[in-house]
Ligand binder design. Sequence first.
Ligand code: ATP
Length: 234
Amino acid sequence: MHVIEIDNLCAFYGKAQALSNVSLTVKPGETIAIVGANGAGKSTLLDCIMGLVKTTGTIRLNGEDVTGLKPADMVKRGIGYAPERFNLFPHMTVRDNLLVGAYTARDDIEENMAAVHRLFPRLAEREWQETSTQSGGERQMVSLGRALMTSPSVLLVDEPTIGLAPKVCAEIAEVLKRLSAELGLTVIVTEQNANFALSLASRLYVLEGGHVTAEGTAEELAQDDQLAKSYFGA
Ligand code: ATP
């Protein structure tokens, strides 16, 4: 069975259509990437899955139709979301920002905090630092950590490398790989940085103007010259 199965998803902002008949599937423990340029609809797609944007079409989670459910219901069903540009509370500490993520947590909050600290030792060292004074990479770690505070089974990550140095991107890629390999998490990551996406996703979907225009493994997509040129620097 698929963990996530999306059929014919459409989304509108007023009269402007942001997503047109998007369909995709994600298997348990798989990491998939949604690759696309600015405005392609990547954030909208994750917002739709999370119940933040209204849609037509169907979203299934472990076989159950969850279309139209509210974000809090999606969190209860095991979805974690690390949005683009973090949305942290800048004048709160790292610890308090992580605790915000645990607001609806059912299990032991300190245990989850310890698990986040194991993944990101730097957040343990900087527990009492205000996030406004952190580097971009550290803030991305807080954002991912906050999403993990409810111990989700599916993690949605929106453009985790935006504005980050290559070395920090590599660190983030390592953490996302560990989440899948060690904790069995299913991950959907959106990216403009196709090489980052290739480094961790088993399959990729290319989103252009709200349409899925290609999908497949990295090897399959690399066969398409035009695509390889546009997205993978070939
Ligand atoms: P980026 O990489 O720049 O974040 P994206 O691929 O995530 O882009 P979206 O943010 O999903 O793309 O935007 C898709 C389209 O929907 C764009 O044309 C955008 O202007 C529009 N859009 C997004 N959010 C809203 C909103 N709240 N109101 C109106 N239009 C919106």
